[in-house]
Design a protein around this ligand. Structure first.
Ligand code: AMP
Ligand code: MG
Length: 401
């Protein structure tokens, strides 16, 4: 049996970063940068006021209390065309540029205005309430690095840097195919021994959460002809995910049909639980990952293998299996030869420790437990029994997954 790490290394070797494309900044949320974003402007472009108040010379305040002559007014976006003379002040508003000669802002709460004169009771150091030019960023500086997946905050920064167009990786096209005579789509007529497909929908949503573009192909029957037809239709994808039909049972035809179609094929038993069988194939240039049909196994394999593959296509070098330290929420028995990924909840105890508590029942068909879980508690092969409170590691589920 192959280890999880070895399987992942082989899978990652089958993918390369996709080409870049240019999108407008308002369509860039969730996309992955193909190039660094550098600022085209300096922000703020000049020294500006951080508050509503009066722009003054700090030197004039040294002899406070002092009364200064108000010689003008500058709203945000405005300007003052003269130099501020000594003994004078300019009424100023947040974001407005300081006039030449001024170096300090007296906030309006600390100033008493009477007509065109203002009295200041207290001295202020030079630079008080002034945002110097370039405080936020300088033209030419790198604000966001290539490989970064753009958050809402990042989109705001890119826009502020005056970048209306961004170079991002093309979204990986990921075709998702379910298989099985017993599987029907939600809402379809349901025979007495049939079940409703969860995998196609769960996997498509997973792909989207990872930044890919899912193509849901529906359900193929367990017949060679039916499978062949759908598989050929998936050839334009960057990755085809199949679910089910990859074991060695008589009805597990995915491997056989892929071979008939000329695919280069690797089939592994991975030393992990849930989700032992996994298949990697190259079908005329389209990578195929054959996932187990059990819904939980499929989702766990997606977390461990599909996300890293999509990250690779997106040019991201995110950790493949990010782990958090936690304490076991209950006693754990000794582990067998397979790496165990146990659905668990994550809570904080009174001391702020992260507590990972696996569900009692870990049957790989139980989607309700999967939806309730916050992550996967990892048990290494042959890990000895561990009492509650012992140190463990958890792969947390990302928001949206
Ligand atoms: P298989 O790998 O085809 O033997 O499937 C393993 C188990 O997963 C069987 O109990 C299937 O009924 C179930 N299964 C397969 N595909 C799906 C699907 N799309 N949605 C829900 N369960 C499925
Ligand atoms: Mg099946």
């Amino acid at each position: 049996m192959l280890t999880v790490e070895d399987a992942r290394a082989q899978i990652l070797a089958a993918f390369e970063p996709l080409p870049a494309e240019v999108v407008s900044v308002d369509r860039a949320f969730g996309r992955v940068l193909a190039q660094d974003v550098t600022a085209r402007v300096t922000q703020p472009p000049r020294d500006v006021s951080a508050m509503d108040g009066y722009a003054v010379r700090a030197a004039d305040l040294a002899r406070a209390p002092v009364t200064l002559q108000i010689v003008g007014e500058i709203p945000a976006g405005g300007d003052f065309d003269r130099r501020l003379p000594p003994g004078a002040a300019v009424r100023i508003f947040t974001g407005a540029p300081l006039p030449d000669g001024a170096d300090t802002i007296v906030i309006q709460e600390n100033a008493a205005r009477d007509g065109d004169r203002v009295t200041v009771e207290q001295a202020e150091p030079a630079g008080r309430w002034v945002r110097p030019a370039g405080l936020d960023f300088q033209a030419g500086s790198v604000g966001l690095a290539a490989g970064r997946r753009l958050s809402a905050r990042d989109v705001g920064l890119a826009a502020a840097m005056n970048r209306p167009w961004l170079s991002v990786r093309r979204k990986p096209r990921v075709a998702v195919l379910s298989t099985g005579n017993e599987v029907v789509l939600p809402g379809e007529e349901l025979g007495p021994s049939q079940i409703v497909s969860s995998n196609g929908y769960g996997l498509s949503a997973f792909v989207e959460a990872c930044g890919g573009a899912p193509l849901h192909l529906g359900v193929a029957p367990d017949t060679k002809a039916g499978l062949r037809e759908v598989l050929e239709g998936a050839l334009h994808a960057d990755l085809l995910l199949t679910s089910g039909g990859v074991s060695v049972g008589e009805h597990d035809l995915v491997q056989a049909v892929l071979r008939d179609l000329g695919a280069d094929l690797g089939f592994w038993k991975i030393a992990m639980r849930p989700g032992k069988p996994l298949m990697l194939a190259d079908l005329r240039g389209t990578a195929v990952l054959g996932l187990p049909g059990n819904p939980v196994s499929g989702m766990v394999c997606s977390t461990l293998f599909v996300r890293p593959a999509i990250d690779r296509m997106l040019g991201r070098d995110a950790p493949a299996e990010p782990r958090l330290p936690a304490l076991a929420g209950r006693d754990l028995g000794d582990n067998g030869p397979r790496q165990d990924y146990m659905r668990c909840t994550l809570t904080l105890d009174g001391d702020g420790n992260r507590i990972a508590t696996p569900f009692d029942r870990q049957d790989s068909s139980m989607l309700s437990r999967l939806a309730q879980a916050d992550g996967l508690l990892v048990r290494a092969p042959h890990a000895p029994a561990l009492p509650a409170g012992g140190a463990v590691e958890v792969v947390p589920f990302d928001a949206g997954v």
